[in-house]
Design a protein around this ligand. Structure first.
Ligand SMILES: [Zn+2]
Length: 428
């Protein structure tokens, strides 16, 4: 593997850059540039051969900014050996996680698994992560302080945001819900939840929007994670945001069922989503795993939302990793390049790739307010150096040969060993 010398000034020559990740963005899919790094930052991005100084030739290898993972569940991560999903279904996942949480989720347990997940993500090159945190019963008082500690410990390596995740039935106790909103505000978090298409919906949205408004919190919901076309909470969220003139940011995750609705209904909902300024994050790997699963039956749909139609309307669309080695998704490695490759295959984000590379970097950074995910002069030199010279080479072969620069310096990309978690997970 190529060695990048640790110098205060260095020029990366002949780098192939995805145009969608350059600011300002030239036209086309890729452009060949030299990048000069000084003081840990990108000093110049210039045509090949126009910068002088110590250099290394990347031989047209791609350079990406370190990506941003907008939707994860670090608190659930890696429980699979202890809590497998019995049948791969969403109901099986909810039951398995609920039992595991009740039995095991002490501060030490949550911390060890979240730290493992963060070390995976860092080695893969991720610069920023938003994680949902199961906030049910007494769990918030355990999980949120652990999250706050880890956010401090990881500052400068991975920027972290937390979102409270809860179901309407947990929120029926209004005193509990107010305490949760206060806890989220005290930790600089985001209010979330899972709106459900039943009689609880108007009350639930009204209450969550009110609590967020009172505390100036942003919102990030799990939305319509089902293939049932009757699930239309996305429209209700947009209508509520418009009616309440909600000034904060709103992210809607999943939004699977809209893909199963009639065209005129889709149009009406997406108009409202665009008007309300709602951003969407799709979780293609997890959707393909959970959606349309039934025993002894081959799945017939991919479970993903209408990424192309949303993007065409100017709705910001990100893709993210979601769960990792837990009952909601048995696999995954906190690797945004895997997410990009899989999302491209699952949702046809190719021919042309257009601006879709931004969906794992610049777009989620803008949606959540992270300063990452962009190749710009003056930005931190947080870069992925890949051997692939083209999108075809990148998408054909997993980029296991990546070099990660953080602040212009090479980091150790060795992934943590699963054996580290054996005693925690009761693996003999
Ligand atoms: Zn999720």
């Amino acid at each position: 593997m190529m060695h990048i010398p640790d110098l205060p000034r260095l020029i990366l020559r002949n780098a192939t850059l995805p145009c969608a990740l350059l600011d300002p963005a030239p036209s086309g899919e890729t452009v060949l540039r030299d990048i000069s790094i000084a003081g840990g930052c990108i000093a110049r991005i210039a045509p090949p051969g126009t910068l002088a100084g110590e250099d290394i030739d990347l031989d047209r290898g791609m350079v990406w900014p370190c990506p941003v993972d907008l939707h994860t569940h670090l608190d659930k991560g890696h429980i699979w050996p202890r809590a497998p999903n019995p049948d791969g279904s969403r109901a099986g996942a909810l039951a398995a996680v609920g039992a595991d949480r009740a039995a095991h989720w002490s501060a030490d347990d949550v911390r060890a698994r979240m730290d493992f997940a963060l070390r995976c993500a860092f080695a893969q090159g991720t610069a920023a992560i938003r994680t949902h945190l199961d906030s049910i019963g007494a769990q918030p008082e355990i999980t949120w302080p652990v999250f706050a500690d880890l956010r401090d410990e990881w500052r400068g390596r991975i920027a972290l945001q937390g979102v409270a995740l809860f179901h309407p039935e947990a929120a029926r106790d209004d005193a509990w819900l107010m305490r949760l909103a206060d806890l989220v505000a005290a930790h600089g978090g985001v209010m979330g939840g899972v709106p459900v298409m039943d009689e609880s919906l108007p009350w639930f949205l009204d209450r969550v929007f009110t609590l967020a408004l009172e505390r100036s919190l942003d919102l990030d919901f799990h939305v319509d994670e089902t293939g049932d076309p009757a699930a239309a909470t996305l429209r209700a969220i947009a209508e509520t945001a418009l009616a309440r003139r909600f000034p904060g940011r709103i992210v809607a995750g999943h939004c699977c069922s809209i893909a199963m609705q009639p065209a005129d209904e889709i149009d009406r909902t997406l108009d409202l989503v665009a008007r309300a300024g709602i951003a969407v994050v799709s979780l293609p790997m997890c959707n393909m795993y959970l959606q349309d699963r039934a025993p002894q039956r081959t799945p017939r749909w991919r479970g993903v939302t209408l990424l192309h139609e949303m993007a065409a309307r100017g709705i910001p669309v990100a893709v993210a990793s979601d769960n990792c080695r837990d009952p909601f998704y048995a696999y995954g490695d906190h690797d945004m390049m895997e997410v990009y490759r899989e999302a491209t295959r699952i949702a046809h984000l190719d021919h042309p790739v257009g601006t879709w590379p931004a969906a794992i970097a610049a777009t989620p950074a803008r949606i959540a307010g992270f300063s990452a995910g962009c190749l710009r002069e003056g930005a931190a030199a947080d870069l992925l150096l890949l051997r692939a010279r083209t999108f075809n080479e990148l998408l054909a072969r997993p980029p296991t040969d990546r070099i990660v620069l953080r602040g212009g310096r090479t980091i150790d990309c060795a992934l943590p060993d699963y054996r580290e978690l054996d005693s925690l997970l009761g693996v003999p």
